[in-house]
Design a protein around this ligand. Structure first.
Ligand code: AMP
Length: 216
C-alpha cells in the first residue's frame, strides 16, 4: 500500500508515519529527514538545501523529484511506503503520479491531517528528537518517561530542528497554504483523499488513519 500523509508543519505527519512504519511494516519516506541527513553529511544536495530550509522555504521541485525517485527505486519501498513531506507542490504531485504509473503502482490513500493553525506553533517549537534513534518527543505533550533518557534506545542525546522557531514556522505555514494545500482538491478528484482530525490525541489520530486505510 502506498500512502501520503498531507498536512501543515506540526500536523503530526512524522509521528504517525513512524508508528505506521513500526506497526505495519511500511517504509516511512520523509523528505525532510532525507534533506536533514544530506545537510549533516555535507553532500552536494545538502549544500544546496541548507539555506533554503533554514529560511523555511521549499527546496526546488527538480531536486526533490530526483531525491524521491531514487528513494522509491530502492527495494524496501516495493512493499509499500508512507510519504511524509512529499509531494508539496503540484509539479511534485504530477511527477509522483508519473513515477508510480511507470512502475505499474498506484497511490492507495492520501490522508489529510486537519489541524487548527493556532495550535501548530506550540506543537512545533516544543518538539525534539532522540539524536540516536529519531524518536520524537515534545516539551509539553510527550516528555520521555525518565527525564533526559530516550524511552526507545536509552540515549541521553536529543536534537532540535533549526527551522522549528517562530519566525521560520510562519514562512513554512505560508508555503503550505500557497503551494501544498492546493493538492487537496487534486487528490480529492482522484478519489483517494480521506480526512482525519489531527487535533485529537496521537492514539485517536492513528486509529482514524488505520480506519481510512481499511479496505484499500
Ligand atoms: P519537513 O521536515 O517536512 O517539515 O521539511 C523541512 C524542510 O525541508 C521544509 O521546510 C523544506 O525546506 C524542505 N522540504 C522537505 N520536503 C520538501 C519537498 N517535498 N519539497 C520542497 N522542500 C521540501
Amino acid at each position: 500500500m502506498n500512502i501520503i500523509l498531507l498536512g501543515p508543519p506540526g500536523a503530526g505527519k512524522g509521528t504517525q508515519a513512524q508508528r505506521l512504519q513500526h506497526e505495519r511494516g511500511m517504509v516511512q519516506l520523509s523528505t525532510g529527514d532525507m534533506l536533514r541527513a544530506a545537510v549533516a553529511s555535507g553532500s552536494e544536495l545538502g549544500k544546496k538545501a541548507k539555506a533554503v530550509m533554514e529560511r523555511g522555504e521549499l527546496v526546488s521541485d527538480e531536486l526533490m523529484i530526483r531525491l524521491i525517485e531514487d528513494r522509491i527505486a530502492q527495494p524496501d519501498a516495493a512493499k509499500g511506503f508512507i510519504l511524509d513531506g512529499f509531494p508539496r507542490t503540484e509539479a511534485q504531485a504530477e511527477a509522483l503520479d508519473r513515477m508510480l504509473a511507470a512502475k505499474g503502482a498506484k497511490l492507495d490513500r492520501v490522508i489529510e491531517m486537519a489541524v487548527d493553525e493556532a495550535a501548530l506553533t506550540e506543537r512545533i517549537v516544543g518538539r525534539f528528537t532522540c539524536a540516536k534513534c529519531g524518536t520524537g518527543y515534545h516539551d509539553k505533550f510527550k516528555r520521555p518517561k525518565v527525564e533526559g533518557v530516550c524511552e526507545v534506545c536509552g540515549s541521553r542525546e536529543f536534537t532540535r530542528r533549526k527551522d522549528d522557531n517562530i519566525e521560520t514556522v510562519k514562512t513554512r505555514m505560508a508555503a503550505y497554504k500557497a503551494q501544498t494545500a492546493p493538492l487537496l482538491p487534486y487528490y480529492s478528484a482522484e478519489g483517494v483523499l480521506r480526512k482525519v482530525d489531527g487535533m485529537t490525541g496521537m492514539d485517536e489520530v492513528y486509529r482514524q488513519i488505520t480506519a481510512a486505510l481499511a479496505g484499500t
